[in-house]
Design a protein around this ligand. Structure first.
Ligand code: NDP
Length: 331
């Protein structure tokens, strides 16, 4: 069989981590025939809980799981990893200033960048989940120069999947028949979920979602708001943030990146901008991408209307501001 791939999950004792590690160990991230070794990192305060997760993984007797390491040592965690999912981060606590949260995360991601740069496999692929996800990924990219910038991404796939879900509900269509929505920008409330180019597979062939919905007011208003606010709605319902859907989206992101997107369809990923669509080069921004042979590429040449242009620029501006704030935290 195949050699195992070593996967790092940081913040693995948290609630997304708890949903994510069994998915990885069942082949949902790297494929049903790919053995894995899972490295789980968390902070000292979560060490006992992390060990508990390790015991549960062992008790699940998962055939693809060839090893599991639970550690609070960043160097041990990063050693030899080929896939890294960064879920660990400092949460926004009540009354905390944006700058204080940013400052905590900048120092975490700077340290993680150094450890990954020195100890991970040189071709390691990184997915940042922890918020502020785009800016944490930007810091990782800046402080791990030995890792190619194309290998550092952040998660907007949950927003993308939420957009698919909203359209499928609206049209009473199977979610697997809906494709090519786009989430542009920051994984924050400034993100822009865009259904302009989305299509739906119907008995009469592939149709434009926009034409089928025939309600531009809904697409520009309620649809956008529902996707942007879905996280908050789930927190209200569950009294905890979304975890299973975030973990599932992380698997989708990595699987499509490594194994490829189906012909004719794209997904949304936070990636380093090359200046496409007028988004400042170097920003980590969510774009529509296709993946092939383990490489993503931004879908080019989509027609952008005035409404979309404005929304895309607002999110880019927010990311520029986050970048400035992050840099001001570096000293
Ligand atoms: P979660 O597992 O719920 O969330 C982890 C991160 O993912 C948070 O940054 C969170 O951002 C983000 N996130 C949550 N929901 C979504 C979503 N729907 N889409 C995208 N991102 C999302 O948090 P826990 O507190 O349960 O776990 C965090 C773990 O990290 C803990 O085990 C903690 O010990 C560890 N940790 C590690 C640190 C380190 O590595 N040095 C520092 C601090 C904590 P948001 O807060 O905005 O929801």
């Amino acid at each position: 069989g195949k050699d195992p791939v070593t996967v790092l999950v940081t913040g693995a004792a948290g609630q997304i981590g708890y949903a994510l590690v069994p998915m990885i160990a069942r082949g949902e991230m790297l494929g049903p025939d790919q053995p894995v070794i899972i490295h789980m990192l968390d902070i000292e305060a979560a060490a006992d809980s992390l060990n508990g997760v390790k015991m549960e993984l062992i008790d699940a007797a998962l055939p693809l799981l060839k090893g599991v390491v639970a550690t609070t040592d960043v160097v041990e965690a990063c050693s030899g990893v080929e896939v890294a999912v960064m879920v660990g981060g400092f949460p926004r606590k009540e009354g905390m200033e944006r700058k204080d949260v940013m400052s905590k995360n900048v120092s975490i991601y700077k340290a993680h960048a150094a450890a990954l740069g020195q100890h991970a496999a040189p071709h390691c692929k990184v997915l940042v989940v922890a918020n502020p996800a785009n800016t944490n990924a930007l810091i990782l990219k800046e402080f791990a120069p030995s890792i190619p910038e194309k290998n550092i991404t952040c998660l907007t796939r949950l927003d993308h999947n939420r957009a698919l879900g909203q359209i499928s509900e609206k049209l009473d269509a199977d979610v697997s028949d809906v494709k090519n929505v786009i989430v542009w920008g920051n994984h924050s409330s400034s993100q822009y979920p865009d259904a302009t180019h989305a299509t739906v597979n119907t008995v009469a062939g592939e149709k434009s979602a926009r034409e089928l919905i025939a309600d531009d007011k809904w697409l520009k208003g309620e649809f956008v708001a529902r996707v942007q606010e879905r996280g908050a709605v789930i927190i209200k319902a569950r009294k905890m943030s979304s975890a299973l859907s975030a973990a599932s989206a992380a698997c989708d992101h990595m699987r499509d990146w490594l194994l490829g997107t189906p012909k004719g369809s794209w997904v949304s990923m936070g990636v380093c901008s090359d200046g496409s669509y007028g988004i400042p080069a170097g920003l980590v921004y969510s774009f529509p991408v296709t993946c092939h042979n383990g490489q993503w590429s931004i879908v080019k040449g989509l027609k952008i209307d005035e409404f979309s242009r404005e929304k895309m620029d607002i999110s880019a501006k927010e990311l520029m501001e986050e970048k400035t704030l992050a840099y001001s935290c570096l000293n």
